[in-house]
Design a protein around this ligand. Structure first.
Ligand SMILES: Nc1ncnc2c1ncn2[C@@H]1O[C@H](COP(=O)(O)OP(=O)(O)OP(=O)(O)O)[C@@H](O)[C@H]1O
Length: 310
């Protein structure tokens, strides 16, 4: 696996308190990595360290195989950062704001102007280029911030809570821009405390809690790992014996009798257990008329992961 970001045994403390403790994970090149965690988990701290705005107390960070502590200048050229709250000059137009940042990033005037116009178009602000940023909505400012981060063609885009505070239309636009960037080969690392908002675009997620990574993997892995699902079985001749036999199966977490002949079976298994449960019920006199599995939403898996690791 080619890695875009590799974090090894990262520590950060403020005063005597560690807010990141032995944090290690890799972000695969070409992936969209959702960095999830509740408020105060340490997401912004990690992002500040990755983007060179904060110095860790221990650990190593490799970005595109370069050590951040040794090659920060080179790394700066391949990273784009979209902070949680971007600062803009209200009196500048979007284009002059972009031109200004382009110059700060070392682009010539002409290059800067060309890239700025293309990027403003890419984030859907082509008709607002000459409008003052002070008149922009929160969503427009967020898109401008993404355009700014894309100046100079970064290989990796880091976004801190990109959907925070946006209305549903704004969330959709930002997610689409993130997808487009990824389709163009940019690796994405995006933090969020709202799993539902970003789960559909992520290829991988890591869940941070109290400065430690408690779960990590592809979206599918996380679903399977933490909790599986609920199997709803309709049984005509339900009996207490059947319920107790099902409850005795090792991967059955609990059962709930919904109506007199609907049994919900909560399972925790990595394999498909429906045939086995069906057989058990039928062999013990049950007449199964329906059997449906509902996998838990990723939100449920996330909640179960954060609760399980208390
Ligand atoms: N400059 C600082 N000085 C002292 N403590 C800090 C500082 N910055 C962050 N912290 C603390 O570090 C912990 C992690 O904060 P961080 O902002 O990284 O979390 P987060 O996951 O990004 O949360 P949020 O979603 O609220 O932004 C919190 O307990 C926070 O209070």
């Amino acid at each position: 696996m080619a890695t875009a970001i590799s974090i090894k045994n990262l520590y950060k403390k403020y005063g005597p308190r560690y807010v990141l403790e032995d944090l290690s994970f890799d972000v695969e090149k070409g992936s969209i990595y959702g960095f999830l965690g509740q408020n105060g988990a340490g997401k912004t701290t990690t992002i500040k360290i990755l983007s060179g705005l904060s110095i860790p107390n221990g650990g190593q960070i490799l970005i595109d195989n370069m050590d951040l502590s040794l090659e920060a200048d080179k790394i700066k050229n391949i990273l784009g950062l979209v902070p949680q709250d971007s600062e803009f000059y209200d009196e500048r137009t979007a284009l002059s704001q972009m031109n200004y940042f382009a110059r700060l990033k070392g682009l010539s005037k002409d290059e800067g102007q060309e890239q700025s116009m293309l990027l403003l178009e890419r984030v859907g602000l082509e008709n607002e280029m000459t409008k003052k940023v002070g008149s922009f909505s929160h969503g427009m400012k967020k898109r401008l911030s993404i355009a700014q981060a894309l100046l100079n063609d970064p290989k990796i885009l880091i976004l801190d809570e990109p959907t925070n505070g946006l209305d549903p239309v704004g969330v959709r636009q930002v997610k689409q821009i993130i997808r487009d960037c990824n389709d163009n080969g940019i690796t994405i690392f995006a933090s969020s405390h709202n799993l539902l908002e970003i789960q559909e675009i992520c290829t991988h997620i890591g869940i941070l809690k109290n400065g430690r990574l408690i779960t990590e993997g592809t979206i599918g892995d996380i679903r399977r790992l933490e909790s599986n699902g609920v199997i709803t079985v309709g049984i005509y001749n339900m009996s207490p014996e059947i319920v107790s036999l099902v409850e005795g199966v090792e991967y059955v977490v609990k059962t709930e009798l919904k109506e007199k002949n609907i049994l919900e079976i909560y399972v925790n298994s990595k394999t498909d257990v429906k045939p086995e449960l069906n057989k058990l019920i039928v062999n013990n006199g049950g007449q199964v008329f329906k059997l449906i599995e509902n996998s838990l939403s990723l939100e449920d898996a996330y909640l179960s992961a954060t609760e399980m690791k208390e």
